[in-house]
Design a protein around this ligand. Structure first.
Ligand code: NDP
Length: 252
């Protein structure tokens, strides 16, 4: 993989992904990490200082009107090689339990960040992703050619959300917006199959981040180690599907 772009890299799983990518024995030529404000991304800035292949770009996902100019900045970095991997990682999970606690503004914001932004950002970066796929026609479907990876959540699985399930209550804005991301993933995988661009979504596990909380089962490092192993092995059998961090297929 020549280039990868990851959103939401100032903390949590996004930061973990960047830390893992820079230490990879075969690191990408360009690692593009986005955050909302570089002034507030101390650790990420320190990584950028240390590794020349890391590029830091500011991106506010609630401002889709900036995505075209953002794509121009990405093009200046990747140039004629295009962008191999777009990892839509950033996410937002307002806490709600019962329907009585759901507020319109939380729903709108969750859809904006978890569904609309990944879709519209992908649209703006698609020419660069198609370019990478064309430039790597000798390679099979996967990250060395071109891939779009969406960070989803098991909480968006309709099949798994039963009366007996753990965590089966509430989180309506989060669940609904990630379910939207899931159907986007499947539909886009069908549209881009002819371009040999892999599109998939991953559940990272329950992870100790600001979102997952301190009681979560996995450390960021454990989740990212497994995600990276899985991502490196992505192939056409994973296209348009939903998997957990270990690579097990999840039901929609
Ligand atoms: P965190 O809450 O720790 O980090 C969220 C990241 O998203 C931050 O970098 C944050 O930036 C960024 N972000 C939020 N809103 C915006 C916005 N409007 N524009 C740009 N960036 C934004 O979450 P995690 O690292 O835990 O989650 C990463 C992904 O994994 C998410 O998609 C999440 O839904 C998913 N996930 C996480 C699980 C877990 O247990 N942790 C479980 C299942 C899925 P800022 O610091 O500026 O707010």
């Amino acid at each position: 993989m020549n280039s990868i772009l990851v959103t939401g890299c100032n903390r949590g799983l996004g930061l973990g992904l960047i830390k893992s990518l820079v230490k990879d024995p075969n690191p990408p030529t360009n690692i593009i990490a986005t955050c909302r404000s570089t002034a507030k991304a101390k650790e990420l800035c320190e990584i950028k200082e240390k590794y020349q292949n890391v590029h830091l770009l500011e991106l506010e996902l609630e401002k889709p009107e900036t995505f075209n100019s953002f794509a121009e900045r990405v093009k200046d970095i990747v140039k004629e090689d295009g962008l191999n991997v777009l990892f839509n990682n950033a996410g937002y999970a307002p806490r709600t339990t019962k329907l009585t606690g759901v507020r319109t503004e939380d729903l709108m914001k969750a859809f904006e960040i978890n569904t609309v932004a990944p879709m519209m950002l992908t649209k703006c970066l698609l020419p660069l992703i198609k370019l990478a796929s064309e430039k790597n026609q000798d390679k099979p479907m996967g990250i060395s050619r071109a891939a779009i990876i969406n960070m989803s959540s098991i909480l968006s699985s309709i099949t798994l959300n039963t009366k007996e399930a753990d965590f089966n209550l509430g989180n309506y804005p989060y669940r609904c917006s990630k379910a939207g991301l899931n159907i986007f993933t499947r539909s886009l995988s069908i549209e881009l199959n002819q371009n040999c661009i892999l599109v998939t979504c991953i559940h990272p596990g329950w992870v100790k981040t600001d979102m997952g909380g301190p009681r979560a089962a996995l450390s960021v490092e454990d989740s990212i180690d497994q995600i990276m192993k899985f991502v490196k092995n992505l192939n056409n059998t994973h296209n348009g599907d939903f998997h957990d961090y270990g690579g097990d297929k999840l039901p929609w």
